[in-house]
Ligand binder design. Structure first.
Ligand code: HEM
Length: 283
C-alpha cells in the first residue's frame, strides 16, 4: 500500500492564523488517499464507534433525508460502489469513506448542520453540533463571527454546482487517536508527557476538508479527513521539519495568539521546543 502523503497543512505563510483558505480541486480528488489505510476498513472502524456511543458520532435532523439521499448517491457513484440500504443515507455514505460527512442546509435563513457522521472529530461530537448554524458551530473560534462568517456564508450560498473546494488546518495534540470527541480526556493526559517523550506522544493533527453542492436539494456536503503523525515522523523529512519549526515559531508570536489560545498550544511549547531543538540539531 502506498503511504499516504498529504501536503503539510502548516507549510504556508499564514500557518498561525485562522483563515478560510478554500482552493478549487478536481472532482477526481474529492476523497484523498487510499481507502482502508493503516486505520483499517472505515466501515468497520466507524461501526465500532457507533456501537459504543451513537449520539457522539451520528445525528440527523427532521427533513434532512432528501439531501442525505442525494449525498449517498453522489458518494457511491464517485466510488463506483453499492452502499448498505438499511441505514440513514448519510450514515451509509460515511461508511464508504475515511472522511467524516456533514450536511449543511439552509434553515431559517442560516446555513445549518442538518446531519453528520463524525468518527474522527477534533474535540466536538455529533450531539454537540447537529442542528447548529454556521455561526453557532464556530462560536468558540475567536473572531469567526466578525471576520470569517459573512464570507463563508456567501461561499456556501454561491458555490457552483460543479465546483469542489478544499481547505486544510492543523494543530498539535497529545493523542494519536482518530476519535477525539472529548477535549478534557486528552488534555488531562498532557501533564504525563516529559520532554524526552514529546516526539512519540505529541501528534501533528491535520484536517483536510472539502465542500460540494448537492444540486437537486441545494444542500452542501462538507467532508473532513484527518491525517496525523507523531512529531518524531518529522525526523525523516527535513523539509517538513523546518516548515513545522517555522510554523511553530509563528504560532508563538503575538500574531499567533488567537490561534495558539484556541488550540491550547501554549502549554505544549516547552515539549515541542525540546523536540525541535534535538531534531534540528541532528538533521
Ligand atoms: C468551509 C468553510 C469553513 C471554514 C472556512 C471554517 C473555518 C473554521 C476555522 C478557522 C476553525 C478553527 C480551527 C481551524 O480550522 O483552524 C473551525 C473550527 C470548527 N469548524 Fe469550521 N469552517 C468551515 C466549515 C465548517 C462546517 C461546514 C462545519 C460543520 C460541521 C464546521 C464545524 C466546525 C467545528 C465544530 C469547529 C470547532 C469549533 C470548536 O472549537 O468548538 N466548519 N472552522
Amino acid at each position: 500500500m502506498t503511504t499516504p502523503d498529504p501536503p503539510a497543512a502548516y507549510a504556508h505563510r499564514e500557518a498561525h492564523l485562522f483563515r478560510i483558505g478554500l482552493a478549487p480541486i478536481d472532482h477526481k480528488d474529492w476523497f484523498e488517499g487510499p481507502y482502508g489505510s493503516a486505520d483499517g476498513d472505515p466501515a468497520t472502524r466507524k461501526a465500532a464507534i457507533f456501537a459504543g456511543d451513537p449520539d457522539l458520532c451520528w445525528g440527523e435532523t427532521e427533513g434532512s433525508r432528501p439531501a442525505q439521499g442525494e449525498a449517498l448517491t453522489l458518494v457511491a457513484e464517485h466510488l463506483g460502489v453499492t452502499p448498505q440500504a438499511d441505514l440513514p443515507p448519510l450514515h451509509a455514505a460515511a461508511l464508504l469513506v475515511e472522511d467524516d460527512l456533514c450536511l449543511m442546509e439552509r434553515r431559517g435563513g442560516e446555513w445549518t448542520l442538518s446531519a453528520a457522521s463524525l468518527c474522527a472529530p477534533s474535540f466536538f461530537s455529533a450531539k454537540s453540533v447537529v442542528g447548529k448554524s454556521l455561526a453557532g458551530l464556530h462560536g468558540p473560534v475567536t473572531g469567526f463571527g466578525e471576520r470569517l462568517l459573512p464570507r463563508v456564508d456567501r461561499i456556501f450560498t454561491h458555490l457552483a454546482d460543479d465546483q469542489l473546494v478544499e481547505r486544510r488546518n492543523w494543530s498539535v495534540v497529545s493523542s494519536g487517536e482518530l476519535f477525539l470527541p472529548d477535549e478534557r480526556a486528552v488534555r488531562s493526559r498532557q501533564s504525563e508527557i516529559t520532554p524526552d517523550m514529546a516526539g512519540a506522544r505529541l501528534f501533528v493533527r491535520m484536517e483536510r476538508q472539502t465542500l460540494r453542492r448537492l444540486p437537486d436539494t441545494g444542500a452542501l456536503l462538507f467532508t473532513i479527513r484527518i491525517w496525523r503523525h507523531p512529531l518524531s515522523a518529522l525526523r525523516d523529512r527535513p523539509e517538513r521539519l523546518s516548515a513545522f519549526a517555522r510554523a511553530w515559531d509563528l504560532v508563538m508570536t503575538d500574531d499567533g495568539e488567537a490561534f495558539r489560545n484556541y488550540k491550547q498550544l501554549g502549554p505544549l511549547d516547552p515539549l515541542v521546543r525540546s523536540f525541535l531543538a534535538e531534531a534540528l540539531a541532528s538533521a
